[in-house]
Design a binder for this molecule. Structure first.
Ligand SMILES: [Zn+2]
Length: 252
């Protein structure tokens, strides 16, 4: 299974999964249909599955047109998103298993950014599609969830194998790391990462996918036990440290 990354809109990524032997493809969070259709026709691939992490417009905007072009493509989303994802026909619960292009994927219920947000974990290939929950260097805003929910969700994601490729849905890395440096200025690995990401972005190179190992080392929203972050926030309890960091980032 090959993962193709399509940058769209201001900072969204659409991910197209492709199996050349099958001549089939799946898409994660199609904000828009035309770039997906262009990629599929280049491969001459049939679209079989549309995986949605949550209902926001910049994740579901292309479903309608893709369903018109590929009426048999199945649309998956969280059970709690019923009525919010166009054409949704599979209503997923935590722990559900699906097969995409012959690969097994597990559904992780990760509320916080929205109430029904799910992530797709491909255990064989170590690929995680996590929408707007975990970002490179940051995490999603809490639109419908509590800090405790998001902390729990991020706790599950950061417990995945260190070499997991994290395919998050936005290119926010540089601004996330700019914030991260304000709360952990002494983190050497963070400083190195910031310098590298600055260079990448200056050349227009995407910083996605990241890895769980990288996030555990440099993303403050995966590091709530660190003494440096307790000090920066003035709190000790993980949920308080996390909530304070999220609040600081919202105002940053
Ligand atoms: Zn969103």
């Amino acid at each position: 299974m090959e993962v193709c990354r399509l940058p769209v809109r201001r900072d969204n990524y659409i991910f197209v999964l492709y199996d050349a032997c099958l001549g089939q493809a799946a898409v994660v969070d199609p904000a828009d249909a035309p770039p997906v259709r262009a990629q599929l026709s280049q491969w001459q691939a049939e679209l079989t599955d549309i995986l949605i992490t949550h209902h926001h417009g910049d994740h579901v905007g292309g479903i309608d047109e893709l369903k018109q072009a590929f009426p048999r493509a199945r649309v998956y989303g969280g059970a709690g998103d019923r009525g919010r994802i166009p054409h949704q026909e599979v209503f997923l619960e935590d722990g559900d298993r699906l097969t995409v292009l012959g690969e097994a994927a597990e559904v992780l219920f990760v509320p916080g950014h929205t109430a029904a947000h799910v992530a797709y974990w491909f255990a064989h290939t170590h690929d995680l599609f996590c929408g707007d929950t975990l970002f490179a260097g940051g995490c999603g805003r809490l639109f419908e969830g509590t800090p405790a929910q998001m902390l729990h969700s991020l706790g599950r994601l950061r417990a995945l194998p260190p070499d997991t490729r994290v395919w998050c849905a936005h290119e926010y890395t540089l601004s996330n790391l700019t914030f991260a440096l304000t709360v952990e200025p002494e983190n050497e690995r963070l400083r190195e990462r910031y310098a590298q990401v600055q260079e990448y972005r200056a050349q227009g190179i995407p910083t996605i996918p990241t890895t769980i190992a990288e996030e555990r080392a440099t993303n403050p929203f995966c590091r709530w036990e660190q003494p440096s972050l307790r000090e920066a926030t003035g709190y000790q309890e993980p949920v308080e440290v996390f909530a304070k960091l999220r609040g600081m980032k919202d105002l940053f």
